[in-house]
Design a protein around this ligand. Structure first.
Ligand code: SF4
Ligand code: SF4
Length: 205
């Protein structure tokens, strides 16, 4: 993020379920139009998600192909403290052969593949930060992961995109926040957009 850490949430006025909301998510145009370049850099998992993945390793390993490593101690980076994660500790996935350790040669995430094979919710085993991207949680705010979007060559390249990142990520937001909080988010969106229209607020873009 461009702003200094301590300043990042200073202009955010709305909190839902303890999270500040960056209103830019209502106006920033986004279209998801590539084969998954966002998985080439790995992801930060919460310590609990990391533990779950290791617990189900015997189900994951048969889905790995020759481009992935079956050596468990090469799957994750060392843990680090991070208050934006539920347990206060983040663990990054390693990059193997130019892609996240869990991405197969077909460009599929084996964590999602496993869930699909089991017939459970498609995101049951997937780290929350993977589900949320191109949104993210940063310094206690729901915001846009603009740094990562900008460093990717093929992310959001459609100059004529008409859909907001909020609408593009509707399903993900409902999964992350739950129906009730998402309803509050929609109400805030209506209020924010009408304030922009009437000139009470300046577009945050
Ligand atoms: S979020 Fe961006 S990088 Fe990821 S698949 Fe969509 S366009 Fe590609
Ligand atoms: S865990 Fe899966 S979705 Fe997340 S970066 Fe790795 S391959 Fe992609």
């Amino acid at each position: 993020m461009a702003e200094e850490k301590e300043d990042f949430t200073k202009n955010f006025t709305k909190k839902i379920n303890g999270l500040f909301i960056d209103p830019k998510i209502f106006t920033f145009k986004f279209s998801c139009n590539c084969a998954g370049e966002c998985c080439h850099y790995g992801v930060y998992t919460d310590l609990k998600e990391h533990d779950t993945i290791l617990r189900i390793k015997d189900k994951i390993l048969p889905l790995f192909d020759e481009t992935q490593t079956k050596e468990l101690d090469k799957w994750f980076e060392p843990p680090e403290e991070d208050e934006d994660f539920e347990s206060g500790v983040a663990v990054g996935t390693e990059v193997i052969n130019g892609k996240c350790t869990f991405l197969d040669k077909e460009g599929l995430c084996v964590l999602q593949k496993l869930a699909n094979l089991e017939g459970v919710h498609k995101w049951k085993y997937k780290p929350m930060y993977c589900i949320l991207f191109p949104l993210t949680i940063y310094e206690g705010a729901l915001t846009i992961d603009d740094e990562h979007i900008e460093r990717l060559k093929s992310c959001n390249t459609n100059q004529n995109a008409e859909t907001s990142i909020f609408d593009t990520c509707r399903e993900e937001l409902i999964y992350f926040m739950g129906d009730e909080n998402f309803c509050d988010l929609e109400k805030y969106r209506e209020q924010y957009l009408s304030e922009i229209q009437t000139g009470e607020k300046v577009n945050a873009d």
